[in-house]
Ligand binder design. Structure first.
Ligand code: SAM
Length: 284
């Protein structure tokens, strides 16, 4: 483990089902309109909504990006294995359901460390022979990569899709690039990485939005949630070729809603929707 990575995470111990501590997965689920959250999670949501009323646009933009990126890779590549780190609570459309629509033989390993996510995930996947959920700390790449379920379901000497969607902003400090390098080193040439992160677009109005949410997440009971700049986020994908994100932009990070949208933008996204950035990249 490179220096700085191991100590960079403020919440190494899973929150468990302690109803007195908010959980990342449950707060996110709340912003997506899910039902799996407690009053302590709603208190965090309310504080965020007080200062940024459109905050749910960040979660929704992120999840829709994940869905489009999975559909893209399932239809446009022949890759048959997916490692989804920090998978979150099952919601309406999950990675395996999207991928299996185009590629029913694909094997998917979800990874999370939140007991509520693990319990719901195991219940959902009980009868599925191709999909499994592993308990591991995604900020310790070796514990993920060496996990027995990863070895059993995936062959990382062949191309794979690695998802780190909405995860690295929960890592404090500047250990992100070194941490992601360990994942990327483990991937075969021709693999893809799907990545999203809280984004500070460095426009004064939006930097203010980012700082307001960050203040609540970092200095509140969640303890983590950093908005980073384009330069800081792209530095987390060393050596990868970023896929062109839409018809008009060159390769690079874009606000998630701009990544190959489903069609013309009929609804105008709120400015806050720009505060989550996403990209898909290929390992040469
Ligand atoms: N990837 C999903 C998505 O984008 O829709 C869920 C993102 S949710 C914001 C982040 C997830 O990462 C949560 O389910 C949380 O439990 C998980 N997570 C956070 N820190 C983790 C850690 N150190 N190890 C494993 N999972 C972690």
């Amino acid at each position: 483990m490179p220096e700085g990575v191991a100590d960079a995470t403020p919440r190494r111990v899973p929150v468990g089902i302690d109803p007195n501590r908010p959980s990342i997965a449950r707060v996110y689920d709340g912003f997506l309109g899910g039902k799996n959250h407690y009053s302590v999670d709603r208190a965090v949501m309310d504080r965020i909504l007080e200062v940024v009323p459109e905050a749910a646009d960040i979660a929704q933009g992120n999840r829709r990006f994940l869905n489009r990126a999975c559909r893209f890779l399932a239809t446009q590549t022949d890759i048959e294995q997916y490692l989804d780190c920090g998978s979150g609570l099952p919601t309406t459309e999950n990675t395996h359901q999207i991928v299996h629509r185009s590629n029913p033989e694909a094997r998917i390993v979800y990874v999370d460390n939140d007991p509520v996510v693990l319990a719901h995930g195991r219940a959902l996947l009980e009868d599925d022979e191709l999909v499994v959920i592993a308990e591991a700390d995604i900020f310790s790449p070796s514990t993920v990569l060496d996990h027995p379920l990863v070895a059993q379901y995936l062959d990382l000497s062949e191309p794979a899709v690695l998802l780190h969607v909405g995860t690295l902003h929960h890592l404090e400090g500047d250990g992100g690039p070194a941490l992601m390098q360990q994942y990327i080193d483990a991937l075969a040439s021709g693999s893809y990485v799907v990545f999203s992160h809280f984004y500070d677009p460095e426009v004064p109005e939006l930097t203010k939005v980012a700082k307001r949410i960050e203040e609540i997440l970092v200095h509140g009971p969640m303890g983590a949630g950093r908005f980073r700049t384009r330069e800081e986020i792209e530095a987390m994908l060393p050596g990868l070729e970023i896929v062109k994100p839409n018809a008009t932009r060159g390769p690079g990070l874009v606000p998630c809603y701009q990544w190959w949208p489903d069609g013309p933008q009929l609804k105008t996204p709120s400015p806050t929707a720009q505060c989550i950035g996403g990209l898909v990249a290929r390992k040469p």
